[in-house]
Structures are given as structure tokens and as C-alpha cells.
Design a protein around this ligand. Structure first.
Ligand SMILES: [Zn+2]
Length: 298
């Protein structure tokens, strides 16, 4: 969970290079990706992809096709990040809510089960950023969730959202993005990190991972992650140390990086040189307390 553009696609690819981990991508978009038949990172449309077509048929086997859409609608409603009521319902034992949540837990379980029965690995990586979804998965008695709160200097996000990205479905850019004002990104970054802090405090198996550390000292970040998952991450560390290009298998959603054949890790702080100093200051002044709590200074 986290604000996005914080290295989650890279993290997904890094983790997916471990023989016991499947890097699935941004799974909260799987329903949409299937409905629109979007591109998988293997280059095939998702319904033609050898992996995801199997997931889809497993899913249909367990729920029936007519129920697929209603399950996706239920999941989206419970995980509606922007709805204060959805948060209250998830956080409190809202009257009459237990039945809705029970159904949601079952829907989510069937969703993950369709994937885990199609893959050979033990662990699945989901890089969905939505903290309310993270809370829902955390509360799910049928799932064993380990949580990563991914954080990046918000000024990098503000700068990145200031640049326009045109739609290019083949490159994995599904929606056109318009330049976003600095204050809006600051407000968004604050809210998502407050929500993520709230969820983090409810989980025993959670780490904060910073983009800057992940890209400059991946070993340190991965060792931290080892403390909450029962896996030795040495194979990933070795790949990085030996500068082996990290292969990308079937990542169904995430940024355009996933459409490359392989990637190498690279720290990017272009925003420091390219973003107007006034905009950098404006962002920092709005987010000072939260930024400094994560160790970012002005
Ligand atoms: Zn594929």
C-alpha cells in the first residue's frame, strides 16, 4: 500500500525474480483488466495469456461466470477508498455489516485462490496501493497477509504527476493523465500515507519500505522484508549484486515499466533538478510533519 509511483512495479519485478514468489502486479485492477481484455506484460491480451486465462477459468469454475461481475462489484464497493463510510464499515463493527464482510472475505479468497492454484510459487505479490483494500485483506481470516507500506519522497510523485502521459495500451498506459497541480498531489500523498499509517498500526507483520533505500540499497530493504515473510530473499539479492537483468513474466497491471522484457534497478531523483524550487517548497510546507516522520527533509 502507499501513494503510487513509489517503485511498486520495480518491487513487484524484483520479488517476482525469486523462485518462490509470483509477481502478479496490481491485482485490484484484475477485474477491469479482464473486462477490457488489457495487455499482460508477456505481450498477449490477458484473456489469451497462458497464465491469466488459466486464472480466469479457475475463477469461473469456482463462482460461475454470472457471479464474476457481481463479486467484482462487491469487492470494489467494500474497498472504495474514497468513501468515508466504507472506511467506517471496515474499521468498526457496523450493524449488519458482518454479513457483507463475510461475503467480501469469501469473494477475495476465491479471487486469490484462482491465482494460487494456477501458479507454482508459494507467495504472491500484489502491488495494489489502496490502504482500505490492505485492511480488508488483513482482516480476511482465509488469507495470510504480509504488508509493505511503500513510501517515496512526495515531491517525486508531485513532479511525476506534473508530466503528461499519453494513452499507449501496448506500453501499458491505459488512461490518459492530465498534469496535476502540486497542492492536489500534496493532499493526496498526505491522505494516502495517513490511511496507510492507520492500517499499518493494525498489523503485526508489516514493514515500511522507502523507494530511496530500495533502489540505492536493495539488500537492506529486502533483509527488512525477510523479517516478516518466511523466505530467504538471497536469490533476489544475488540477482541484483550480479546485475542480472530481472525477468518479467505475467504482470497484469502496473506502470509501463512492466512491458519491458527485463529491467535493471535504477535510483531516480530527476525531480530534484527538474522541478521548480518553489514547487518543491510548496509541497514540503504542506506535508512537513508527515514528510519528516519518514525522514525527508526540505
Ligand atoms: Zn501473460
Amino acid at each position: 500500500m502507499g501513494a503510487g509511483r513509489s517503485g511498486s512495479t520495480v518491487l513487484n519485478i524484483m520479488l517476482g525474480s525469486h523462485p518462490e514468489i509470483f509477481g502478479a502486479g496490481e491485482l485490484q485492477n484484475l477485474g477491469r483488466a479482464l473486462a477490457n481484455n488489457e495487455y499482460c506484460s508477456c505481450g498477449d491480451k490477458i484473456k489469451d495469456c497462458s497464465f491469466w486465462s488459466k486464472v480466469y477459468s479457475n475463477w469461473i469454475d469456482s463462482t460461475q461466470e454470472v457471479q464474476f461481475n457481481s463479486a467484482m462489484t462487491r469487492i470494489r464497493k467494500v474497498e472504495n477508498l474514497k468513501s468515508p463510510l466504507a472506511w467506517i464499515k471496515m474499521l468498526l463493527n457496523y450493524p449488519g455489516q458482518s454479513k457483507v464482510l463475510e461475503e467480501y472475505f469469501k469473494d477475495s479468497y476465491l479471487f486469490f485462490n484462482a491465482i494460487t492454484t494456477s501458479m507454482d510459487q508459494k507467495v504472491i505479490t500484489d502491488i495494489s496501493k489502496n490502504p482500505l483494500r490492505a485492511l480488508g485483506l488483513l482482516k480476511n481470516p482465509h488469507l495470510d497477509l504480509r504488508l509493505i507500506h511503500l513510501v517515496r519522497d512526495g515531491r517525486a510523485l508531485a513532479w511525476s504527476l506534473f508530466n503528461v502521459h499519453e494513452v499507449n495500451k501496448k506500453l501499458g498506459v491505459e488512461k490518459e493523465l492530465k498534469p496535476r497541480p502540486i497542492w492536489r498531489t500534496a493532499a493526496f500523498w498526505l491522505i494516502i500515507n495517513w490511511q496507510s499509517n492507520l492500517v499499518r498500526k493494525r498489523s503485526g507483520k508489516v514493514v515500511i519500505m522507502k523507494y530511496e533505500e530500495l533502489t540505492k540499497n536493495p539488500e537492506k530493504s529486502l533483509r527488512k522484508l525477510e523479517s516478516i515473510i518466511d523466505l530467504d530473499l538471497q536469490p533476489i539479492i544475488r540477482n541484483i549484486q550480479e546485475e542480472t537483468p530481472l525477468p518479467i513474466a505475467h504482470v497484469m497491471s502496473g506502470n509501463k515499466l512492466r512491458m519491458s522484457k527485463s529491467i535493471k534497478l535504477r535510483y531516480n531523483d530527476d525531480w530534484r533538478r527538474q522541478m521548480a524550487i518553489n514547487d518543491q517548497k510548496k509541497f514540503y510546507n504542506m506535508t512537513r510533519r508527515t514528510m519528516s516522520s519518514f525522514g525527508y527533509s526540505d
